[in-house]
Write a protein that binds this ligand. Structure first.
Ligand SMILES: [Zn+2]
Length: 449
């Protein structure tokens, strides 16, 4: 028994060493820039209701495989950085080809384990209510534009990496904080002003859902759902209005039932949905979403594809939008894609965001794949097996293609080389924007705190 346990423990550790999925290391003007493997990240987040300043002290343990200056990202300027206890600097740099910005440490590391400490201020999506001494704060994320994952708030790695994150949240300047939390992590209250939230090990930088609000401001319903696996899944729906919250509950249950039937048991510890306004679209997290009512089903599908099986990079981001759109449009089957070619997933290896054409072109490609796979039970049969085999893992589009070919016995080189990694030909009419991921302004994101 012990031996078996040890073997599975080793297996699970290696499953999250994802450095082979990172883009290639490169040379910046400051020296060799190396991607690293975050192991754990502890974020001490302090809300000072007197000064109305939010600070984060982060402690990250990471492994470097090669000598060089490590890469990470953080949108706010870091105030203090220590590498293995020594104060150092960092530089804002660009990826090759200028596809995105990021940060590079100023000192080399040798291969092995290291500790990075960083301090910064959060001033995005946080509001202090000085009359009542309370705070609203959320780590909203977006995936259609660059640098809008957790790096907006806290020092983070890139999507290929999975690491255990812990948020230690304190509210200073009050004896008792009247705060309430909505999260897909494990919440523990440590004192009247301190909480700990632990997120699962399989999470990436786009998985955590974190929303802190004044107690009672938002109307919540907590209930449980019996999964087809027999597990009781805690579910929370909430919104500013009781009526809206009440409307979300039966819809969440309906969609959960449909998805479990199609793809298998829910793969996350819980489910939480924040109901925003009509037309707002939504954003998916792992077993969580902030969404309009109309996009709830689309975002819940993403707990299977996007945040159950997770894309390693921007080029692979089309897969889950393609699947979600294919479901939105009623799982159509078509003998042709209806477009001549695209580079949907064939852009820079450093690209971090999902191509907006993923909805329309991706849906068309999935409908065509379903046609090609009709003798093997169709695309849904493949997706069910793919999800069950690779849930909680980070995948690439090459991995998706290899598995499709293995499942079907087909060679799909030409299809991928034309429609996904080819030239953009004759598809202007398919460039529609998804109603499920509307672009919200900074003010709109702030308004739903
Ligand atoms: Zn989507």
């Amino acid at each position: 028994m012990k031996k078996i346990l040890l073997a599975s423990a080793l297996l699970s550790t290696s499953a999250f060493a994802n450095l082979h999925l990172s883009p290639p290391d490169f040379d910046s003007s400051y020296g060799r820039a190396v991607f690293v493997d975050f192991k754990t990240a502890q974020y001490d987040i302090t809300y000072d209701v007197l000064s109305e300043i939010t600070t984060v002290k982060s402690k990250i343990t990471f492994e470097a495989k090669t000598q060089g200056k490590p890469l990470f990202d953080l949108v706010p300027n870091p105030d203090l950085i220590k590498l293995d206890g020594q104060k150092i600097k960092q530089h804002m740099i660009s990826f090759p080809g200028g596809v995105s910005k990021l940060r590079q440490l100023s000192s080399d590391v040798a291969p092995g384990m290291h500790t990075l400490e960083i301090e910064n201020i959060i001033d995005t999506n946080v509001t202090y209510n000085s009359n009542f001494g309370n705070v609203s704060s959320a780590f909203w994320i977006r995936d259609l534009k660059d640098r809008l994952f957790l790096e907006q708030y806290i020092p983070s790695n890139f999507e290929y990496d999975q690491y255990q994150m812990t948020f230690n949240v304190s509210v200073e300047g009050v004896d008792e904080a009247n705060q309430e939390f909505f999260t897909n992590g494990k919440l523990t209250k440590l004192s009247p002003v301190k909480w700990k939230i632990e997120f699962p090990e399989y999470f990436t930088v786009s998985c955590p859902f974190y929303h802190m609000s004044p107690t009672g401001l938002l109307k919540r319903l907590d209930f449980s759902y019996t999964s087809i696996s027999g597990r009781e899944i805690p579910m929370t729906v909430y919104s500013p209005y009781k009526r809206r919250t009440n409307k979300f509950k039966p819809e969440a249950i309906r969609v959960m039932t449909e998805l479990e039937k199609d793809y298998g048991p829910w793969a996350h510890p819980s489910f939480v949905a924040y109901g925003t306004w009509r037309g707002a679209g939504g954003m998916e997290h792992s077993g969580a979403t902030a969404t309009s009512f109309g996009a709830l089903d689309h975002e819940m599908l993403h707990s299977y594809f996007a945040k159950g099986v997770m894309p390693a990079n921007g080029n692979s981001g089309w897969i889950d939008e393609a699947i979600a759109s294919w479901r939105d449009k009623g799982y159509q089957r078509n003998p042709t894609t209806g477009f001549m070619g695209s580079n949907l997933g064939g852009q820079s290896v450093y690209k971090r965001n999902t191509d907006k054409r993923a909805y329309a072109l991706g849906n068309a490609f999935m409908a065509y794949l379903d046609y090609r796979l009709q003798d093997m039970g169709g695309l849904k049969a493949f997706l069910r097996g793919y999800f069950q085999t690779y849930k909680h893992q980070v995948i690439t589009e090459q991995h998706f293609k290899n598995n499709l070919e293995f499942f079907s016995g087909l060679n799909l080189d030409e299809e991928f080389n034309t429609y996904i990694w080819g030239q953009n030909v004759g598809n202007d009419h398919l460039l529609e924007e998804s109603p499920h991921h509307s672009e919200l302004s900074k003010e709109q994101l702030q308004s739903i705190l």
